[in-house]
Design a protein around this ligand. Structure first.
Ligand code: PMP
Length: 418
């Protein structure tokens, strides 16, 4: 059903991105599926860029939400105490922090991913008294000015129209072609006061760069990075906004490497439902905030606390979900390896269900995604040249639905890049 004139064309800003890749108007969704207004069905292997790890409208989060909305409980409460927030904090401590031996203070920085990154950057600067922050080539940390300054993608940064200060980009793990990683070169620069590189307050890193082209850092490289930070008293911030909440197979994406960041940014799937929510976690001794020093109107999204608590209780109370997830991850990567071996110039990238197919010819990735859309599969491209087809099904997807989506992907790949 397209109305004439189309209000999306006449009234909405040209900045729209996803709606250009997928011109349908989506009206319904369930699990890994979406339907447009005309009833056409699509498998969703994008999952709200990682905001829908448990699928759309999962009854395990929707039923408590409906009950909450009908109960007359508080919806909006700034950062006041509410039972919904208490239950979330208790559940997060009991099911996520305690079993992993992690002691983090929890802060609600605002509703979205970029809010948690801003809070992390501010806190690191405040605690250390230093201003410089290092981030990585192809990093993505958000679109507000602080997050943007540590984002690698230059097209997105140029949108700000000004050079952003106090951050430098250093090469991510993929620049080292699998060589034994070390940070000696960086140590030399940091120890040389004449190098012109100010000692940073923090280094911010994604363990898998989602927007930057599905680049996964090696566990060893992350451990070296963490050791460097410890040695030089630089705070390590892991931006787990996209790779966190189970996407790579463990709740936090850094668990595999066995590192403990000083600050962790979570958003996207932490609410479990697609409702906006973000957390900034930090070592308790870093809690240097004065009351009210970092605030925001929408930090206390009670409906999001309700769905977040339900998701944690359903999926993270024991190891059952994580074990099933390991099988799904293995199934996906086996199939992706096969698809890549059949195609011209294709390589598999990523970790867990944050996976991608890199094409030597960047134009191919866009054509594959477009062909997949025609056949009812939503997949996006990422990377500085949009050269990677990003594959992010919900973590809860059944084998049958996973295979069905991958059949569409395989057919698209074979048609475009045989
Ligand atoms: N950090 C990472 C790693 C992300 O992938 C994103 C979003 N793609 C953000 C931060 C920003 O999150 P938001 O769009 O919710 O502000």
């Amino acid at each position: 059903t397209t109305t004439t004139p189309d209000i999306f064309e006449t009234r909405e800003s040209a900045v729209r991105g996803y709606s250009r890749s997928w011109p349908a108007t989506f009206a319904k969704a369930q699990g890994p599926r979406q339907w447009d207004e005309d009833g056409n069905e699509y498998l969703d292997f994008f999952s709200g860029a990682g905001a829908l790890n448990y699928g759309h409208n999962n009854p395990v989060v929707m039923n408590p939400l409906i009950e909450y909305l009908q109960s007359g409980a508080v919806l909006h409460s700034l950062d006041m105490k509410t039972p919904a927030k208490r239950e979330f904090l208790e559940t997060f401590e009991e099911l996520i922090l305690a079993p992993r031996g992690l002691d983090y203070t929890v802060m609600f920085p605002g509703p979205t991913g970029t809010n948690t990154v801003e809070a992390a950057l501010k806190l690191a600067r405040k605690v250390t008294g230093r201003q410089h922050v290092l981030s990585f080539t192809n990093a993505f940390h958000g679109m507000t000015l602080g997050s943007l300054s540590v984002t690698g993608n230059s097209m997105k940064r140029e949108g700000a129209g000004i050079p952003l200060t106090n951050s430098s980009k250093i090469p991510y793990d993929d620049y080292f072609d699998g060589e034994t990683p070390d940070f000696l070169w960086l140590e030399k620069v940091l120890e040389d006061s004449g190098s012109g590189v100010d000692k940073p307050a923090a280094i911010i890193v994604e363990t898998v760069q989602g927007e930057g082209g599905v680049r996964a850092a090696r566990a060893e490289w992350l451990r070296e990075l963490s050791a460097l930070c410890r040695k030089h008293e630089i705070l390590l911030i892991v931006d787990d906004v996209q790779a966190g909440c189970g996407r790579t197979g463990t709740f936090f994406s850094f668990e595999e490497a066995g590192i403990e960041p000083d600050i962790v940014c979570l958003s996207k799937s932490i609410s479990g439902s697609g409702l906006p929510m973000a957390l900034t976690l930090f070592r308790p001794e870093l809690d240097a905030w004065e009351p009210g020093e970092h605030n925001g109107t929408f930090r206390g999204n009670n409906p999001a606390f309700v769905t977040a608590t339900a998701a944690l209780k359903t999926f993270w109370a024991d190891n059952a979900f994580q074990n099933e997830l390991a099988d799904t991850i293995a199934r996906l990567h086996q199939r992706l390896d096969r698809i890549a071996s059949m195609a011209e110039g294709a390589t598999v990238r990523g970790r867990g269900l944050l996976a991608g197919l890199l094409f030597d010819d960047p134009a191919v990735a866009g054509k594959v995604a477009a062909q997949a859309y025609v056949n009812g599969l939503l997949i996006e491209t990422s990377g500085p040249r949009d050269e990677v087809v990003k594959i992010m099904p919900p973590l809860t997807i059944s084998d049958t639905d996973l295979d069905a989506g991958l059949d569409i992907l395989e057919a698209a790949v074979l048609e475009i890049a045989p």
